[in-house]
Each structure stands twice: as C-alpha cells, then as structure tokens.
Write a protein that binds this ligand. Sequence first.
Ligand code: SAM
Length: 222
Amino acid sequence: MNFVKKYLSYLRVINQKKYESAYNGTLEINWLNGKKILDTTNTNYSYGNLGEVLKKGMQKVTTPFKEASNEILILGLGGGDAVKQLRNDFKSKATITALEIDPVVIEIAVNEFDILSFSNVNIVNQDAELFLKYSTNTYHLIIVDLFFDATIPDFVFQQSFIQNINNSLHKNGSVIFNTFILDDLHNIRNQKLIHLLKTYFTIQSFKNLYGHNHLIIAQKII
Ligand SMILES: C[S@@+](CC[C@H](N)C(=O)[O-])C[C@H]1O[C@@H](n2cnc3c(N)ncnc32)[C@H](O)[C@@H]1O
C-alpha cells in the first residue's frame, strides 16, 4: 500500500491521513515526490520545503554542532525533520533537546516519522517561551522553528525572547530563525527582529527562499 502511494506521489500530492489538533488545526500526512511529509492546512511543516530552509541554515552555521559534547535546542519539533537532518545528513552526535507544545504533533513524530529511533534526543512537551525563560543550560545551536499553521507566535519577535535566547547560548553559539514574509507588515516585523538581534549577534539573512521564507542566522558576538 505504501509503495503505491509512494509511486503515485511522484505525480501529485497524495493525502494519506489527517489528525485534528487544538493547537495546529488539521495536520495532514501527505506523500510528495516519494517522501512522506507533514502539512497543515496552509503550509508544509516537515520533510518538504520548510526542511530545505532549515538545511540551508545548518549549512551556513559556523559554530560547531556535530561533536558528542555539543548541545542543540530545537524550538518546534514538528515531524522531526531537523532531528533527522542533523543525525543523517550532518552526522551530528550532539545531544538534542526538542520542544513541542502540541501533544498531537509529538504523537505524529513518534508514530508517523519514527522519531524515537534517533538516540540522545530529549522531547519535551512544553511551551518553548516558558522553557527558555527558566532554562539554565547553554546550547551551541538553537533552531527557532515555531509556527501555528502559517503564523509565527508574536513572542518570537520580542526583546525578552531574544534576551532569553542569548542567555541560553554557548559563548560562540548560533541561532537559526525560520520565518517568512508575506506582506509589508511581515517585512517590517523581520527588519525589527534583525535590528534587535544585532545587539547580541552577527547576522546572515536569506530572503525569498522557496517563495516566502526568510532565514536568519545569528552568531553570538564573543
Ligand atoms: C514548522 S513546525 C516545526 C518543524 C520542525 N522543526 C521539523 O524540523 O520538522 C512548527 C511547530 O512549532 C510548534 N510550536 C508553535 N508554538 C510553540 C511553542 N510556543 N512552544 C513549543 N512548540 C510550539 C507547533 O506545534 C509546530 O509543531
């Protein structure tokens, strides 16, 4: 059955299954170009274009994140694409902590994408904003990939969150922000974010990735 879906998915997106979630609305497991992906009503979450944006981020980061002694924090587990890329494509042996507010998404990551097959990954079912506020640990790499469907929570753009990110970073640590720009307001919002980030970080910015994605990479100024 899966083989047929995989074959047909080279021709068009095949919808396989739907999950209902209080946080994310309808979550869809689809097949596209022979790959199982996680979508919401209006966007891809994992194993599609959004994952390609994260991959570019990981390629551009200069902070070491592959050693077993390194620590990585992912804000927004989703289907676990970032975890899979870190382990399989980037061969990172780092300890990974992945935050996810939505228990249905965690269920999907476990049952549909076999996230528990990766060792040394701690999945935490908690609000990323609260986690960061009270965290005393420091990380070499933080990936901020927080969406609810096609919306990014407002706190991601606020000074207090950026301050907490900075406090949670190792001395030459880096942050990857996965965002998007659909209109002038988003453009202004992201410009303000970059302005805020420049207080603590050196910035790389990549606009118009896969259409509307805006990837921001920030490295802590030592
Ligand atoms: C685009 S998906 C993440 C994709 C994931 N990084 C991957 O590699 O597959 C965004 C996720 O952020 C989660 N999210 C949104 N706000 C959150 C919050 N405040 N705390 C934790 N998770 C949150 C959503 O439930 C959703 O699963």
